[in-house]
Design a protein around this ligand. Structure first.
Ligand code: 13P
Length: 256
């Protein structure tokens, strides 16, 4: 089957790494290193909240887009520790991550919360990267597809077609995150194909054919090419390997 014309996307999730100075230095290095990268792929970085504004400045005028690692759904109010969609848009974010497994596992994020965050982001014109992924225990118990389906349907609940068109889904198996144990291209493809079928049921085939589904979990320069060779793998959400300009750049420069 011919590959659908979906623009590849490589996103770097810097997690809780980087003072403002460190983040700006990484952003500047990436900017110059990627100046000659192929223009057919979208590049996104997600620094910590405190560095967003400064990194936004460092990337101004470049093709690298800014992403936040989380977002609240309300526009303002008594929500200590949270950041509103408008605040993120103001510092130049175009993307936000919603439902990262570290939020789910370590900070009690629920399926319903992920849906609220995605909806709040979309209402403010931000584009969510909605994360789903099973734990090792769930996979070993044969529950991978059931978990993925539950998380996806919950995250996209009540979203209209235009909203689903604006977002990306990232499949990040929890057992592959930060472990060096990448899903095989076949394992990633199998889940991505299921995700695309679920979105086709929710929003129609046209939208699901255009939906970008990223893989995340120990993506490195030496495994990106084989992952991107799979027909339903449209990009990557990269943690550790996004913290060095050279390794992230090589991932951006994947070859199919
Ligand atoms: P690693 O690439 O460090 O495994 O992290 C993946 C991830 O969680 C990206 O959001």
């Amino acid at each position: 089957m011919a590959r659908q014309p979906r623009q590849a996307m490589i996103a770097g999730n810097w997690k809780m790494h980087g003072t403002i100075a460190e983040a700006c230095s990484l952003a500047s290095a990436l900017r110059s290193r990627l100046a000659s990268a192929p223009a057919d792929r979208e590049v996104v970085v997600a620094p910590p909240f405190t560095a967003l504004a400064a990194v936004g400045e460092a990337l101004r005028g470049s093709a690298i887009a800014l992403c936040a690692q989380n977002v609240h759904w309300e526009t303002k109010g008594a929500f200590t520790g949270e950041v509103s969609p408008a605040m993120l848009a103001e510092v130049g974010c175009r993307w936000v991550i919603a439902g990262h497994s570290e939020r789910r596992q370590l900070f009690g994020e629920t399926d319903a919360g992920v849906n609220r965050r995605a909806r709040g982001a979309l209402e403010a014109g931000l584009r969510p990267i909605v994360c789903v992924g099973e734990t090792l225990a769930e996979r070993d118990a044969g529950r991978c597809f059931e978990v993925i389906e539950r998380q996806t349907r919950a995250a996209l609940l009540d979203l209209g077609s235009a909203d689903i068109q604006a977002l990306c889904i990232a499949y990040e198996p929890v057992w592959a995150i930060g472990t060096g144990r990448t899903a095989t291209p076949g394992q990633a493809e199998e889940v991505h194909a299921v995700l695309r079928r679920i979105v086709a049921e929710l929003a129609g085939k046209e939208i699901s054919d255009h939906l970008r589904i990223l893989y995340g979990g120990s993506v490195k320069p030496d495994n990106i090419d084989s992952l991107m060779a799979e027909p339903d793998v449209d990009g990557a959400l990269v943690g550790g390997a996004s913290l060095e300009a050279e390794s992230f750049a090589r991932i951006v420069e994947f070859r199919r």
